[in-house]
Write a protein that binds this ligand. Structure first.
Ligand SMILES: [Ca+2]
Ligand SMILES: [Ca+2]
Length: 385
């Protein structure tokens, strides 16, 4: 087992395959008392139950955020912050490196443990300082699935944790925090990347680069264009150039369509450095939603996909009148599959939820409106052949 610490980052750009989930706290997640026990979580005992940690935007050595930990409990293992699962191979060496800054010098313990708690190994006590410094430890894994624990309650002094790297092999010096690059890049899109069922009147937003003064927004249905366009070659998807606002309200969104977007943050003049953003995507809500759990069987040769549009009429019952059939000697009639879709006509998914309690008086009500309003008749009939 090797233990060490390094000061300022060196100028090289060493790369490793980082196995740690959400290693830099740039991704939103539940951490304090996480009931799902995914990625970062906490564990407390006795006085340690008062320990707290929060993703913090005032301090970061990598990207825009770190984890600020305010430990309580007075005994080192009474408040533990941990990251998992980390895939490992038994008897293979792994290195953990991480950056810590504390309000004042204090001890901090790092420890490897199997995610099922069957075995632990290589506990290391560090002395951390009031400056961002990288610490690391290397040991052979004793489990195929590992977590990295930080035992925090040897002192109440708050500290920040950031830029964790867990990788196979011995310590690699010079893995630089991407502080400047990530600080300029747009992060945390809303709606989230890959979100579905997004209202057509969505207003896109994101967290801008810390020092950015403007941004260029690209938006469209063609992912290649959105990913490759720039201001000199906008490819028809440059939706906002040099805008101050960190929002974009696209117009004319189509039901069920996938849209792609990208935000390039632009730094202060005179350099006005453009930091190309990641491409994000979302899918607009459907006009109609399938009514599920209605099934029938049929044969592939039957005429299919005959759509009967009720034209906005509200239907409570649907009558199917068979007007033609097949078969010579004994005429037979069959109906292979009928699928029903509904169009929401009243608001749904209220926010706060129906019957919610403890809602702040400042909370803004929200929700989804119905797609159309047509409550005219209680019944309708449709004929199919
Ligand atoms: Ca970070
Ligand atoms: Ca978590």
């Amino acid at each position: 087992m090797a233990v060490g610490l390094a000061g300022a980052p060196v100028a090289s750009h060493a790369q490793v395959n980082n196995l740690a989930p959400n290693p830099s706290f740039e991704e939103d997640e539940v951490i304090q008392d996480d009931p799902a026990w995914e990625k970062w979580c906490t564990w407390g005992y006795e006085g340690g139950l008062q320990g707290r940690c929060n993703i913090d935007e005032t301090e970061a050595i990598d990207g825009a955020r770190s984890l600020r930990i305010e430990p309580k409990g007075g005994t080192n293992w009474y408040y533990i912050v941990l990251d998992m699962p980390i895939p490992t191979q038994v008897n293979t060496a792994y290195t953990a490196s991480f950056w810590v800054k504390a309000e004042a010098p204090r001890p901090l313990t790092a420890k490897w443990k199997a995610t099922d708690n069957t075995v632990d190994w290589a506990q290391v006590d560090f002395q951390v300082t009031a400056e961002w410094v990288e610490y690391h430890m290397t040991a052979a894994a004793q489990s195929g699935e590992t977590k990295l624990e930080f035992h925090c309650a040897a002192a109440d002094t708050p500290f920040w944790l950031n830029f964790l790297n867990v990788y196979e092999g011995e310590y690699v010096a010079g893995i630089e925090p991407s502080q400047n690059a990530n600080r300029g890049k747009a992060v945390r899109p809303a709606p989230a990347d890959g979100a579905v069922d997004i209202p057509r009147d969505v207003v896109l937003s994101w967290t801008p680069g810390r020092d950015a003064q403007a941004r260029n927004v690209y938006f469209g249905t063609d992912p290649v264009s959105v990913d490759t366009a720039d201001t000199a070659n906008p490819l028809g998807v440059l939706a906002g150039e040099g805008q101050a606002a960190t929002t974009h309200a696209p117009a004319g969104l189509q039901y069920g369509q996938t849209y792609y977007w990208r935000v390039d943050e632009v730094g202060a003049p005179p350099e006005s450095t453009i930091l190309k953003g990641d491409m994000w995507q979302f899918v607009v809500e459907s006009y109609a939603y399938p009514i599920e759990n209605v099934t029938a069987t049929g044969t592939a040769t039957y005429a299919s996909n005959t759509t009967i549009n009720f034209g906005g009429a509200a239907a409570k019952f649907v009558k199917l009148t068979i007007e033609a059939n097949w078969g010579g000697i004994a005429p037979q009639t069959g109906l292979a599959e009928v699928r029903f879709f509904y169009v929401p006509v009243q608001a749904f998914e209220p926010v706060p939820a129906d019957d919610a309690t403890g809602v702040s008086i400042d909370a803004e009500p929200a929700g989804r409106r119905g797609t159309s309003i047509c409550p005219r008749s209680a019944t309708s009939a449709a004929s199919v052949r």
